[in-house]
Design a protein around this ligand. Structure first.
Ligand code: HEC
Length: 174
């Protein structure tokens, strides 16, 4: 079974927004998106706005962790692609509350690539009430799978805070 992403240090607003999407079945109710379905089921216990806010604040208070680089890609090509992302996610991948674009600089690379592929194929971001997800889905439509790997590699290697751990995991994605 796929493990969940490490979310330590994500700002409370992004965690809160996503938890509410899971609660309101805007995410997590598409059976084709298996990992989200799991999260949707687990989330059913968090119903209350106040409880969601407290959990989000707790996650935001945890220091972000350094991750291993597991996605192979060309970070120099990825840097050029990232110019298309920076408007929304910020030049350092720090995220922007104005456009509800989450930070990317604290996320694990395998999770980012997985999400990018899901946005591209419409497994994420297609719900009619998911305005942010739809904006993001449209943003990756013109990109190839290599583009997605390259941009992920650039974010994970050059923008990540803290800096990535030096060793690659055995069985890394090619
Ligand atoms: C039009 C603004 C916009 C552009 C351009 C854009 N994004 Fe996003 N992105 C968003 C928003 C908004 C979300 C949050 C979606 C949601 O609420 O589910 C998001 C979500 C994501 C996520 C999921 C993060 C998570 O925690 O689940 C990743 C990864 C991501 N974007 C990467 C990128 C990359 C890489 C690019 C460039 C190729 C890009 N985005 C371009 C707005 C944008």
């Amino acid at each position: 079974m796929q493990r969940g992403p490490i979310i330590d240090g994500l700002p409370a607003w992004t965690v809160e927004l996503q938890l509410k999407k899971f609660r309101d079945h805007i995410r997590g109710s598409n059976p084709a998106n298996k990992s989200e379905l799991l999260m949707g089921a687990g989330e059913s216990i968090l119903q209350d706005d106040e409880e969601i806010r407290r959990v989000a604040e707790h996650i935001a208070s945890l220091p972000p962790q350094a991750h291993l680089l597991t996605v192979r890609g060309d970070k120099n090509r990825g840097k050029l692609i990232y110019l298309q992302c920076a408007n929304c996610h910020g030049f350092k991948g720090e995220g922007k509350l104005e456009s509800k674009s989450p930070p990317l600089n604290t996320l694990e690379d395998w999770f980012q690539l997985d999400q990018l592929r899901k946005f591209k194929s419409g497994l994420r971001g297609k719900h009619p009430q998911d305005a942010e997800g739809n904006a993001m889905r449209l943003a990756v439509q013109g990109l190839s799978d290599d583009d997605l790997k390259n941009v992920t590699r650039y974010i994970a290697e050059d923008l990540a805070k803290p800096k990535p751990l030096p060793k690659r995991e055995p069985g890394a994605k090619k």
